[in-house]
Design a protein around this ligand. Structure first.
Ligand SMILES: CCCCCC(=O)SCCNC(=O)CCNC(=O)[C@H](O)C(C)(C)COP(=O)(O)OP(=O)(O)OC[C@H]1O[C@@H](n2cnc3c(N)ncnc32)[C@H](O)[C@@H]1OP(=O)(O)O
Length: 434
């Protein structure tokens, strides 16, 4: 039994590893070092971003820096057609996180299990994604970019390694893979050095949106021209991803009733939890090896200090992801009573910016389980203490695999049943992907 479980855990990553190695995950754009694309040290990514937009390094100067950015408004293109098209390789970047060769930077990335904190990787991916978009939209004649490029969506991050080693160099690569009018899809890959070779660890797809210098209205970005049949394929996939996202959101359980099959699932769960000794719809009994959904959640609060701001003086998306991931991980850990490993992150929507000074409330809920897998949803909202209003800022979806088989999570109310079905849909989409 145990051997079968271990096999399942190993099989999942190797399938993705083969996909990554064969390039089917969308990375045929080759590094073109001759065009000046030298690898960047991870510590320089954010300083480069600050230079590109002219962000202040001290919070006390942020109002003045924002005023100066306002003046860049005149540099925005009036039509997308006025902007020169770019190739995929124009935005290709490589970033090195030298955990092996520079031990002094390890501490920031280390967790207590002697592996790398995935939350830190989320932060690095977010900064790199934005830098890739600035590289795509760079105009040689403009020393400062008038664009404010923000993360709108983490479409997916699929991992093919359970452990990220804290003492081996990491390389991130990525480029813009699809462009709309004001939005850009970015594909990124992370590899780790073992025995002289870099092997794949994860691949990620983010969507970034360009806004005006005050971050109030959308702004046009340079078109993207695919140059080869492989790039045509990647571009087409970007188009399909956009349509898939629209379909997924149209069929959202917040807008539409569940399908007939899903309704049956919910009703079966209801019947299985009725107490047969009392003829009542109200008397519910937890089946063996199960946990009520209401007992499978954790909450957290974050005060959003200026230290966590991004280059636009809002809270850094990577920080929000790290906090949500860590709460999600703790929830999975406490649920499964063993160490969970992240398998996939999908569909993180950044619905509205989080202002510096906000009170950020995070709620993590185990919403679906299957064998060793735990699907966790983290909801984040800002709370305005003056008006007592709550506003949702993000929804995060994380899939973990636990070392042991976990109990089934059981919804009791209709609302919980919808969360369960939403978690099941996310889980099914992930399993199809890997
Ligand atoms: C260190 C530096 C890092 C900096 C990075 C960050 O930290 S950023 C911080 C974290 N992120 C944020 O704070 C962003 C918060 N969210 C927002 O501000 C907003 O929701 C948004 C700007 C993303 C979208 O605003 P709107 O919905 O009003 O935008 P609008 O409808 O005009 O659409 C503009 C373009 O975005 C696309 N778009 C909007 N939401 C999308 C989504 N969830 N997934 C995919 N694409 C999306 C649209 O298709 C359109 O593209 P086309 O025009 O191509 O058709």
């Amino acid at each position: 039994m145990l051997a079968t479980r271990l096999c399942t855990m190993r099989k999942l990553p190797s399938v993705l590893a083969r996909k990554l190695a064969s390039g089917t995950s969308g990375s045929p754009v080759l590094p073109d070092m001759s065009e000046g694309h030298l690898p960047i040290h991870v510590n320089n990514v954010r300083s480069r971003l600050r230079d590109i937009v002219g962000a202040s390094t001290n919070w006390r100067d942020h109002v003045q820096a924002m005023q100066e950015r306002k003046a860049l408004h005149t540099l925005l293109a009036k039509r997308q057609e006025d902007l020169p098209p770019r190739r995929m390789k124009d935005s290709y970047l490589e970033v090195i996180l030298p955990l092996g060769s520079q031990p002094e930077i390890r501490e920031k990335y280390l967790n207590v299990h002697n592996s790398v904190r995935f939350g830190r990787i989320l932060e690095d991916l977010d900064s790199l994604g934005v830098l890739i978009c600035y590289t795509h939209t760079k105009q040689e004649t403009q020393p400062r970019s008038p664009l404010s490029i923000v993360t709108a969506l983490v479409d997916k991050i699929n991992l093919c390694k359970k452990i990220i080693y804290p003492d081996c160099d990491i390389k991130f690569t990525g480029n813009v893979s699809w462009v709309g009018r004001t939005s850009m899809e970015v594909k990124m890959h992370m590899l780790q050095l073992h025995g002289g070779d870099y092997s794949p660890v994860l691949d990620a797809t983010f969507v970034m949106v360009a806004r005006d210098p005050e971050n109030k209205r959308p702004a046009f970005v340079n078109p993207l021209i695919p140059e080869s049949p492989e790039e045509e394929e990647i571009f087409k996939q970007g188009e399909l991803n956009k349509l898939k996202r629209i379909d997924f959101s149209t069929a959202s359980l917040l807008k539409m009733a569940p399908t007939a099959e899903e309704r049956n699932i919910v009703h079966d769960i209801f019947l299985n939890t009725l107490d047969t000794r009392t003829v009542s719809f109200r008397s519910r009994k937890l089946p063996p090896n199960s946990v009520w959904m209401e007992d499978a959640k954790l909450k957290g609060l974050q005060i959003c200090h200026p230290q966590e701001r991004n280059i636009f003086n809002r809270i850094f998306g990577g920080f929000l992801m790290r906090k949500a991931f860590e709460l999600g991980w703790a929830t999975a850990c406490s649920y499964g009573s063993s160490r969970p490993f992240i398998v996939s992150v999908d569909d993180i929507m950044f619905q509205r910016p989080v202002e510096v000074g906000s009170l950020l409330l995070l709620s993590a809920q185990v919403c679906y389980t299957e064998k060793n897998y735990i699907q966790v949803r983290v909801h984040s909202e800002v709370y305005d203490a003056d008006t007592r209003e709550h506003q949702t800022t993000n929804i995060f979806h994380f899939t973990f695999i636990s070392e042991n088989e976990v109990p089934r999570v059981i919804p009791k109310t209709y609302g919980e049943s919808m969360l369960y079905l939403d978690g099941k849909r996310h889980f099914a989409a992930i399993m199809k992907d890997i």
